[in-house]
Design a protein around this ligand. Structure first.
Ligand SMILES: Nc1ncnc2c1ncn2[C@@H]1O[C@H](COP(=O)(O)OP(=O)(O)OP(=O)(O)O)[C@@H](O)[C@H]1O
Length: 273
């Protein structure tokens, strides 16, 4: 018999991302076709797929920067096409190559991170609290680029820029964190610093729901718990990483026979012998 004094039942938390039959057509080509996908609150997803699979197209939908041609995309409870995207976007932390291209070369690195608090790129005369500056420095440290805060963005290497942009994406405590190939262009140390930073983030209580796009299973940080495999604009498989990231599914996704292994939360893949 239920305890009358027990807490009332907790309402289910709505999904952070809910795609229902999403298709994207550009110039007559199907970039995405009939994508059904749900990302639950607090989940950390990896999107894996070969060149041209549709990952960037999917990210443009997730970040409310483009609309589906068909189907329904609901992000943080708001359905694209029915919401003012300028109100939705500040709730999403984004790191991508296209964002990197909008940062002025003369911008101070600390300000690249700080300006996320105002949803802008390029510092003008916004007032900032010391606590924000301290958080920006702590995030630069967490992603292995401490000491670069006073440099200008244009003087950084590509790998350093990537890590600064991840720190920026995390700065606002977003409800949804989107990382598009954050380790591309990083050397081995840079990759490992980033993977470690993201693994720590994934392990923290305040970790946002996260979607990370990559070509390489070696870049999956420990603590990422779900994977979506994409090929030719269609979902090959999606679900808990230990069930979905099999040699058969990855081989199917990349179109070659692969062996997959996992050791202490780190994944690797190679051509089957
Ligand atoms: N405007 C467009 N018109 C026609 N085809 C397009 C258009 N934009 C992108 N495409 C094609 O759609 C496919 C998916 O592109 P997308 O950039 O989403 O792939 P991706 O998985 O991010 O690839 P990569 O790993 O190489 O970055 C590619 O074949 C691309 O050439």
């Amino acid at each position: 018999m239920p305890d009358a004094a027990a807490d009332p039942p907790v309402a289910p938390v709505p999904p952070v991302v809910d795609l229902d039959g999403v298709g994207v057509v550009r110039s007559g080509s199907h970039l995405l076709r009939d994508v059904d996908w749900t990302v639950g609150d607090g989940e950390r997803w990896v999107v894996l797929g070969p060149n041209g699979a549709g990952k960037t197209t999917l990210f443009d939908i997730l970040s409310a920067r483009s609309y589906p041609s068909s189907g329904r995309a609901t992000i943080l409870g708001e359905t694209l096409g029915e919401v003012d995207v300028f109100e939705l976007r500040p709730r999403i932390g984004l790191s991508s190559a296209s964002l990197a291209a909008t940062v002025p070369d003369r911008e101070r690195v600390r300000d690249v991170v700080l300006t996320a608090a105002h949803g802008v790129v390029g510092r003008f005369r916004e007032p900032y609290e010391q606590v924000d500056a301290d958080r920006a420095d702590a995030l630069l440290d967490a992603f292995g680029v401490s000491g670069l805060g006073d440099r200008t963005f244009g003087t950084l290497s590509e790998g350093e820029r990537k890590r600064v942009l991840v720190a920026r994406a995390v700065m606002t405590d977003p409800e949804l964190l989107l990382l598009d190939e954050p380790a591309a262009g990083l050397d081995l140390r840079g990759r490992e610093d980033l993977v470690t930073g993201l693994a720590h983030l994934a392990a923290s209580h305040s970790a946002p729901t996260t979607v990370l796009v990559t070509h390489h299973v070696e870049e999956i940080p420990p603590g990422f718990d779900h994977v979506l495999l994409l090929r030719g604009g269609e979902v090959v498989a999606a679900g808990p990483i230990e069930l979905v990231l099999t040699a058969a599914a990855l081989s199917d996704t990349f179109g070659l026979p692969l062996e997959v292994s996992v050791d202490d939360g780190r994944w690797s893949a190679r051509a089957a012998r």
